[in-house]
Design a protein around this ligand. Structure first.
Ligand code: PLP
Length: 396
């Protein structure tokens, strides 16, 4: 008798869907004609001096484990940087945990905080791993549907309406993947008040916090405000950040969590048994990024700003409504007027013009009616992709 392996898979794992992005990109693989505005990954390589730090670490024979929390020298650099970037200070000895990307940090935070059935409020459309991370920690994912009409900001009144006696955590991501939304300070303050009033923990994923755009020409950087820096919020916030986006270091797999010691300690217990530590050469590269990486980060941000401007201008010219995203490297144009679902729009665009965008529904049902176009793609390729999109929508 053959074994029924499906019946051997744990219930909560069987219940989570595969990432909609992955499914879509399997279709694109091996097709050289396709211009991809799909994967949310910088087209830049990590700056050379950062790569050199990793090479030097290997040359020095640094091939060992590190402390579970991460190298103290890295944690000190993180603490200094976080004070500068987020205006909130953490003790590098016991309030900073180095992780294998923000992905691992999200998983650790959920597993450290949730008892079975505890509710986590988060905003959709959102990064694909939020609901699975909550479900794999036996929590209940409670999505608030943000709207294109509100430029995908999260309204505190909607958070208030979603809070029940089972709510334990509010999970935030600003600037947001996939919409590029930036939360106005007034709403952030109201959400902080709710967290305090209802004694909730906030997990704040701020991985795009350096990539912000403002000013008439969209070229200036907005001062990012972390909810952790608002009054009385440091004690109830887990601040997550990493190196993948702003430093173009996705393959180094490095992130970190900053929080009061009781919280980082709980997360560290899971990390030490599941991951042990982040790779030492990546940690060495990260120190170099934090200590000497500002200039190149700003050059990349300016390149994204130019591409964002190009996208917004061309979408406007071709009559595709698209709000002006304040951060990250995504545009989330509204394609409802073409009468196709976001899935069908993306499939047809791929088939007919060989341009890959991601259906908004890959990020939750609130994404229906929109597609995600990632502009971490070279300017000249973006121009060709936009010509093709123009031809496509012209026929619809
Ligand atoms: N959080 C958000 C909002 C993201 O968009 C991503 C990657 O796309 C991640 C976390 C994962 O980042 P990392 O590469 O640090 O695991």
């Amino acid at each position: 008798m053959s074994i029924d392996l499906n019946s051997k898979i744990a219930t909560q794992v069987a219940a989570i869907p595969r990432s909609g992005i992955r499914d879509f990109f399997e279709l694109v693989q091996g097709r050289d004609d396709v211009i991809s505005l799909g994967v949310g990954e910088p087209d830049f390589s990590a700056p050379w001096h950062i790569r050199e730090a990793a090479i030097y670490s290997l040359e020095q024979g640094e091939t060992s484990y590190t402390s579970n929390l991460g190298l103290l020298s890295l944690r000190k650099s993180i603490s200094k940087y976080v004070t500068r970037q987020f205006d909130v200070t953490y003790d590098p000895e016991k309030e900073v945990l180095v992780t294998v990307g923000v992905s691992e940090a999200l998983d650790l935070a959920c597993r450290a905080l949730l008892n079975p059935g505890d509710e986590v409020i988060y905003h959709e459309p959102c990064y694909v791993s939020y609901s699975p991370s909550i479900i794999m920690a036996y929590g209940k994912a409670v999505a608030i549907q943000t709207k294109v009409e509100d430029e995908f900001i999260l309204k505190a009144e909607d958070v208030a309406a979603a809070i029940t006696d089972k709510t334990r955590v509010i999970m935030l991501n600003f600037p947001t993947n996939p919409t590029g939304a930036v939360e106005p300070i007034e709403e952030l303050e109201k959400i902080a008040k709710l967290a305090i009033e209802h004694d909730l923990i906030v997990i704040s994923d701020e991985i795009y916090s350096e990539l912000t755009y403002t000013g008439d020409d969209g070229m200036s950087r907005i001062d990012h405000i972390s909810i952790a820096s608002l009054p009385d919020m440091r004690e109830r916030t887990i601040l997550l950040h990493g190196f993948s986006k702003a430093y173009a270091m996705t393959g180094f797999r490095l992130g970190y969590a900053c929080a009061p010691n009781i919280l980082t300690e709980a997360m560290m217990k899971i990390h030490q048994y599941s991951m042990l530590c982040a790779p030492i050469m990546s940690q060495k590269a990260a120190i170099e990024a934090l200590e000497n990486g500002d200039a190149e980060m700003e050059n990349m941000r300016k390149a994204y700003a130019q591409r964002r401007n190009l996208l917004l201008k061309r979408f406007k010219e071709m009559g595709v409504p698209c709000f002006s995203p304040g951060g990250a490297f995504y545009a989330f144009p509204d394609i409802r007027k073409f009468g196709l679902s976001s899935h069908d729009f993306a499939m047809k665009l791929l088939e007919e013009e060989s341009v890959a965008v991601v259906p908004g529904t890959a990020f939750g049902k609130a994404g229906e009616g929109c597609v995600r176009a990632c502009y971490a793609t070279a300017y000249d390729k973006l121009e060709i992709a936009l010509d093709r999109i123009e031809a496509f929508v012209g026929r619809l």
